[in-house]
Design a protein around this ligand. Structure first.
Ligand code: ADP
Ligand code: F6P
Length: 319
């Protein structure tokens, strides 16, 4: 490996910059030239490469987003798009590519490896929904952001004796809802991984009101339904006017937590080491606190799971 490239793809996540920094610095430390690809696979197909020096990644470890920018590309899903990317990599004499992103991005990277081009993936998505790893860069920061927001909403919910419904991100995964709901003491948490009963949620609100607790927090994962849908049902059933807050892209930005900086740094360096050792078609991950690497296909075989006992614990602590 003399020359490698790195790109960020899919939804951005806090800590991606720490991973880019680690890839660049570890690469240079090992005598490898490192190129950044701007705008994910879109930039790869367009040959948007930029040589990264030690200074290119100075002052970024604390910054949210990704200095390389991210994108989603329909064209890259096609064989034509992938061939275009391979031509660009060949023209630049790049020997290996590190992709920081989610499972969709790894499917794309796997296609390049199937054509004989070495790739290594680093899990980066606030959703924490990647199979084969316990952790994806960005999740911890997103949860902290959501908890901070819910704490603030709780203050005003208390003052006005209101029920607030907070919709959080997570596409098809309930991790952000579960963690932020647990850590912010939500009365009800609605996630795709567990069936919910709206009557039970309404009973909780009413039981609380009977004992003088007039405010309540419901956290719903976007993968289940919109916060507005829950509002509608509650209003129809008991006439209660709730307030709906969609946290949205707030959760994707902000300075990464120390954990995300640590994960970005460790996984970034590990990805370079793997490429240098001749590994390809693999994702770096974290399992039981240890850095691991698994083939993309093997990771994709499993389904990402949450620890359902945390859900039951949250339920039992919010009676
Ligand atoms: P994430 O990586 O966060 O899961 P996406 O699922 O949107 O985000 O995937 C990011 C990009 O990866 C897509 O825009 C596309 O260019 C590429 N990609 C996703 N799935 C595939 C696939 N099956 N084959 C080739 N490329 C893919
Ligand atoms: O995958 C990360 C994520 O932020 C999801 O939580 C959300 O559903 C999605 O990306 C939003 O995607 P976009 O940036 O395309 O609107």
């Amino acid at each position: 490996m003399k020359k490698i490239a790195v790109l960020t793809s899919g939804g951005d996540a806090p800590g991606m910059n720490a991973a880019i920094r680690a890839v660049v610095r570890r690469g240079i430390f090992k005598g490898i030239e490192v190129y950044g690809v701007r705008n994910g696979y879109k930039g790869l197909m367009a040959g948007d490469f930029i040589q990264m020096e030690l200074g290119s990644v100075g002052d970024i470890i604390h910054r949210g987003g990704t200095i390389l920018r991210s994108a989603r590309s329909e064209k890259f899903r096609t064989v034509e798009g992938q061939e275009q990317a391979l031509v660009q990599l060949k023209e630049m004499n790049i020997d290996g590519l590190i992709v920081i992103g989610g499972d969709g991005s790894f499917k794309g990277a796997g296609k390049l490896t199937a054509q004989g081009f070495p790739t290594i993936g680093i899990p980066g998505t606030i959703d924490n929904d990647i199979a084969g790893t316990d952790y994806s860069i960005g999740f911890d920061t997103a949860v902290n952001t959501a908890v901070e927001a819910i704490d603030k909403i709780r203050d005003t919910s208390f003052s006005h004796e209101r029920t607030s419904i907070i919709e959080v991100m997570g596409r098809n995964a309930g991790d952000i809802a579960l963690w932020s709901g647990m850590c912010a003491g939500a009365e009800s948490i609605i996630i795709p991984e567990a069936a919910y009963d709206i009557e039970h949620i309404i009973n909780r609100i009413q039981q609380g009101q009977e004992r003088g607790k007039m405010h309540s927090i419901i956290v719903v994962a976007e993968g289940v339904c919109k916060g507005a849908d829950i509002h509608k049902v509650i209003k129809e059933r008991i006439g209660l006017e709730t307030r709906v807050i969609v946290l949205g892209y707030l959760q994707r930005g902000g300075s990464p937590s120390s954990f995300d900086r640590m994960m970005g740094s460790q996984m970034g360096a590990k990805a370079v080491d793997l490429l240098a050792q001749g590994e390809k078609g693999e994702m770096v991950g974290l399992k039981n606190g240890q850095l691991i690497h698994v083939p993309f296909e093997e990771a994709a075989k499993d389904k990402h799971t949450i620890d359902i006992s945390v859900y039951h614990l949250a339920k039992s602590l919010s009676i």
